[in-house]
Write a protein that binds this ligand. Structure first.
Ligand code: ZN
Length: 131
């Protein structure tokens, strides 16, 4: 799956957010080309789950283990122009268990849909890792 398609799927997923203020979407792409999208799910601030973990949990629960990259997009509710929205610390640590340090994380934001590329190692250097 090409990156632009994954970005579109992440943007679509973002619209399903249950957060009252900030909507995030993600699209996790496997090495076999499957895509698992997700949004941030909040229930009154308790046991909330970010878009990245939603996408990972969907994929993992269907047996997927071989991941290529993830796209993350976010911005205020109803915003058409997205902000630079990188994974939170919890998601970084969560993802690390299932990917290697070269796993790619893309963000897409701004009026011109700027795309930034990170590796897992960029976002979580010298990480605790039991693998
Ligand atoms: Zn998170």
């Amino acid at each position: 799956m090409d990156l632009n398609t994954a970005i579109s799927l992440a943007k679509d997923a973002r619209l399903n957010s249950t957060n009252k203020n900030y909507w995030v979407g993600a699209c996790l792409v496997t090495n076999s080309g499957k895509a698992f999208s997700g949004c941030n799910i909040d229930n009154m601030g308790i046991q909330s789950i970010c878009a990245e973990r939603t996408a990972f949990v969907k994929a993992l629960s269907e047996g997927e283990r071989d991941f290529n990259y993830i796209v993350v997009v976010g911005g205020p509710k109803d915003a058409q122009i997205l902000e630079d929205c990188k994974p939170c610390g919890y998601c970084r640590q969560f993802m690390l268990q299932f990917v290697d340090k070269n796993f790619k994380i893309y963000t897409c934001y701004g009026e011109n849909n700027k795309i930034d590329e990170y590796t897992m190692d960029d976002l979580l250097p010298n990480a605790f890792n039991l693998k």
